[in-house]
Design a protein around this ligand. Sequence first.
Ligand code: ZN
Length: 101
Amino acid sequence: MSKTSRTIHTPENSCPYCNHVLDACSPPGGLDSPSPGDLSVCIKCGGLLELKKDLTVQALEEGKLLQFRFADPKGFATLMQLRNGILSLQKNRVKGGDHND
Ligand SMILES: [Zn+2]
């Protein structure tokens, strides 16, 4: 059995929102590899990103997000879940706790 979650290395670049250096991405379940035009989420700030041809990222335009939402509602939901997960992780970290209850 192979695990679906793996990390794919991309050219080193930085998040347009928070400047966090990104050199890899973990595509949400099912996707084999990131390809140009794919959407991603910054692991640091939860910012929505779009992959360019060279697999570096740029800020996702709102219009494209809306298009994606209509074209692929399931993928959109997955992306939002991923983003919410990252954002709530950040919140927990700020609270300073590893509290699991
Ligand atoms: Zn970021």
